[in-house]
Design a binder for this molecule. Sequence first.
Ligand code: FES
Length: 68
Amino acid sequence: MIVCLCHRVSDRDITAAVRCGTSCFEVLQDDLRVASSCGSCLDCAREVFDTARVEHAGCCRQAETSAG
Ligand code: FES
């Protein structure tokens, strides 16, 4: 799904960025330019970003638990 039409940023792009370590929405904006033009995608982009962060945190905890 395309989240940001201005910069053609998809939910997968945002999720991939989170998996690569992006933990701050402002950094995401700098990297992907999402929500940096008209701004109409801001709420959706933040929602996708927050969901990806929660899911990624779950993966990390699971990996730590199984490794220990
Ligand atoms: S749709 Fe994302 S900045 Fe315009």
